[in-house]
Design a protein around this ligand. Sequence first.
Ligand SMILES: CC(C)(COP(=O)(O)OP(=O)(O)OC[C@H]1O[C@@H](n2cnc3c(N)ncnc32)[C@H](O)[C@@H]1OP(=O)(O)O)[C@@H](O)C(=O)NCCC(=O)NCCS
Length: 433
Amino acid sequence: MSVDAAAQPVDAASRDDLAANGLRLAVVDESDRAGLDAWAQAVRRGFLDVRGSSDALGARHELRGHHRHVGVWDETAAEPATPVGTIESWVSDLTVPGGAAVPAWAISGVTVAPTHRRRGIARHLLGSELRTAAAAGLSLAMLTVSEATIYGRFGFAPSAMAADLEVDTRRARWTGPTPTGRTHLVEPATLRAGAERVIDRVRRATPGNIVMGEVFLRRMLGTLGEVAGDKHTSAWRHLRHDDADGTPQGFAVYRLVEDDTDMARSTVVLHHLVAATDEAYAAIWSALLEMDLVSRVTAHLRPVDEPLGWMVDDRRAIRTTTFDHLWTRILDVPSALEARTYEASGRVVLEVDDPMGIAGGRFALEADASGAGQVTATDEPADVRLGIDALAALHLGGVRARMLQASGRVDGDVSVLDPLLATARAPYLDHWF
Ligand SMILES: CC(C)(COP(=O)(O)OP(=O)(O)OC[C@H]1O[C@@H](n2cnc3c(N)ncnc32)[C@H](O)[C@@H]1OP(=O)(O)O)[C@@H](O)C(=O)NCCC(=O)NCCS
């Protein structure tokens, strides 16, 4: 299914509600450069960023490509051309357990001007986007968030966690596999093509990962420059690992931060490490941990089931902080559940409550021995009752049903549901969007 997000109309209910309060909800016309600029400046302001130059905004529009830019305008404001609310969306493939790529409605750029906060503008923007996406036939919406307190009320839940690591390299002596293949230090231009192929292979094999657009790829490699307002990427370094045949299988992007008082106590700040093979993973980590003049590696946004702890002498040398990363929202229960596969078989009836009235109902989920799942609407008594947000948390396998039952977010008998939804690997998304 291919859905053009930018071509979808805004939701009439939200538009009319906002109009009753003197506010206009609309999609910015892609050919309206001044309108797109004002929209992008409002987003920068909303995220406490500096103003963008005309060149930076132009590059942004080009790199983001064909996205949907929605705004809310207050014609009574001193500068009525600048929206007081913004939201951006596009359709991107999300990998689900089993490896299928499911088109999902990606949301970003959610801001409301401080002068207009807490009057329900974000509620209307989210409601409008979710109803539009559901009407367009999408089974899921997804976002990464600035604050974990905002989106639960709209039916989203954290469905892929991530971890930040801090490694004391003096203690973490490498005991993992001896690297084979070859690791190169390269410039970003040399890395780019190989990195793209590695990212794509990893994405297809990793539930929770999504297609990385051009702007996110450049941000990952540190080549976004002024578009991101980032002047510091000239300090970024790039490692590429090639297998014995010379094919790139992984890469790392990092920078070095010196200690002012001791040259031998520098820190590697690891921005990204993407590896398509176990060999590349081990080779890159060992290269990072064994760098001269370095006593610490910090790593942001790593998988929660990273094997690194099993590859060093002293696992207490690694401190891990986990956090919620990818949030998803189910817009259609049967298609979301049928898209993934199941590592156990069984049948369970779910009563799904959706306070926004988009996707709730009672459904029988049956998974057969081949791993395929079938979902049908039913009026049989429910085994399990849960909110649409709890179902999103479970959908990619990021949390066990038993855990949500213990936390009071799932009610009923989870003895079938728990093994049914469990996955061998934790879902993981490797970038912010
Ligand atoms: C987050 C933001 C978009 C909310 O906009 P808003 O128009 O003030 O939100 P609304 O008035 O529609 O609020 C809807 C509900 O969410 C709650 N809410 C809004 N922002 C919240 C926050 N940051 N934390 C907790 N609850 C929040 C409101 O209290 C309200 O709850 P209620 O319906 O139970 O009363 C706005 O504060 C903002 O621009 N923040 C800075 C940028 C940002 O962080 N954006 C999110 C990016 S992921």
